[in-house]
Design a protein around this ligand. Structure first.
Ligand SMILES: C[S@@+](CC[C@H](N)C(=O)[O-])C[C@H]1O[C@@H](n2cnc3c(N)ncnc32)[C@H](O)[C@@H]1O
Length: 265
C-alpha cells in the first residue's frame, strides 16, 4: 500500500463524501462517551466541522474549539450553520496552540490515522485537558475492513493498483488505540466498536460519493479511463446491491476514551 500525503482541499466535497458518514458515527461515539453538558471541548482535526456541530448540538458544549491544518476544511467549518458559536483554528495535532489544562475534554474524530506521530497527538490532547477531563477518539478500523469504502480499496488492489493509505493506518486498531491512551498516562481507558450503515440510491451514487475526497480520491486520480472502468467493475462485484439497485455500505469504527489523572504531588 502506498502512503502518499492525502490532502483535504475541498470542504464541500469532504462534507458529501465523508461528513455524511462522520455525523451518524460521531453521534454514536458521543452517545457512548455520554459527556456532561456544559463542557469546554477541543475538536482536533475538526475538518468541515461535522463533529464540532455535534459537540454543540448533541453534547451541549459550553465552548467548542476546532483545529485543523487544512484551510479549505476550516473555511467550510466556519460557514457551517450548525457550528455557529464554535471557534476554529489552523494548526496541527502534534503542536496544539493552547495552554495546559485549557479544556474539559478533547476528541479526535476520524483523525488519528492521519497523524505522522499519533502518540504525540494523544500526549498533546492530554496536556491541554484539565485533570479529571476526558480525552477520546474514534477512527475507522482500517486493518480489518472497517473503512466505509473498503470494497473500492480491495478492487484497486485486485486490479493491480496501489490504494493509498493514511500514514498511520495501524493506529486505528482497537488494541493500538488503547495502548496509545495508556502510553499517554490516561486513566480508566475504555474502548468500544460500532457499525454504521449508509444506503446509496445506486452503484453510481456510491462510486461518486466514495471517490470525492481523501485517500480514495488520491487513489483513483491517476487512473486512465480503461483502468477506472476495470476498478469500477471489480468494485461492483464486491458491494451488496439490492433488488432495487441500491447499495448498502457498512463501516466499522473503533473508539477509545480515558481520563487525565491528577497532577503528581
Ligand atoms: C477524515 S477528516 C475528519 C474530519 C472531522 N473530524 C470529521 O469527523 O468529519 C481528517 C481531518 O484530519 C485533518 N488532519 C490531517 N492531518 C492532521 C494533523 N496533523 N493534525 C490535525 N488534523 C489533521 C485533515 O485536514 C482532515 O480535516
Amino acid at each position: 500500500m502506498s502512503r502518499s500525503p492525502i490532502r483535504f482541499e475541498d470542504g464541500a466535497a469532504y462534507e458529501r463524501g465523508m461528513g455524511a458518514w462522520s455525523l451518524p458515527t460521531g453521534a454514536a461515539f458521543l452517545d457512548w462517551l455520554a459527556p456532561a453538558p456544559g463542557l469546554a471541548w477541543l475538536d482536533v482535526g475538526c475538518g468541515s466541522g461535522a463533529f464540532t456541530e455535534l459537540l454543540l448540538r448533541r453534547a451541549a458544549a459550553a465552548e467548542a474549539h476546532g483545529i485543523d491544518p487544512a484551510p479549505a476544511q476550516l473555511a467550510f467549518a466556519r460557514d457551517r450553520p450548525g457550528a455557529a458559536g464554535a471557534v476554529f483554528h489552523q494548526g496541527e495535532a502534534g503542536a496544539l496552540p493552547f495552554p495546559a489544562e485549557r479544556f474539559d475534554a478533547a476528541a479526535m474524530a476520524l483523525v488519528i490515522f492521519f497523524l505522522p506521530d499519533p502518540a504525540r497527538g494523544v500526549a498533546e490532547m492530554a496536556r491541554v485537558v484539565r485533570p479529571g477531563g476526558l480525552v477520546a477518539a474514534y477512527a475507522w478500523d482500517m486493518a480489518s475492513g472497517g473503512f466505509p469504502f473498503a470494497p473500492i480499496r480491495a478492487a484497486l488492489a485486485a486490479c493491480g493498483h496501489t490504494p493509498i493509505l493514511p500514514p498511520s493506518a495501524e493506529a486505528s486498531g482497537i488494541a493500538e488505540m488503547a495502548a496509545l491512551w495508556r502510553g499517554a498516562g490516561l486513566a480508566g481507558v475504555a474502548t468500544t466498536s460500532f457499525e454504521i450503515t449508509r444506503r446509496f440510491i445506486d452503484f453510481d451514487a456510491f462510486w461518486a460519493v466514495s471517490t470525492l475526497t481523501g485517500s480514495l480520491r488520491a487513489s483513483v486520480a491517476g487512473l486512465d479511463a480503461a483502468a477506472l472502468a476495470r476498478v469500477k467493475e471489480a468494485t461492483c462485484a464486491r458491494v451488496a446491491i439490492a433488488a432495487d439497485g441500491s447499495v448498502g455500505c457498512t463501516a466499522r469504527a473503533n473508539a477509545v476514551r480515558g481520563i487525565v489523572p491528577p497532577a503528581p504531588g
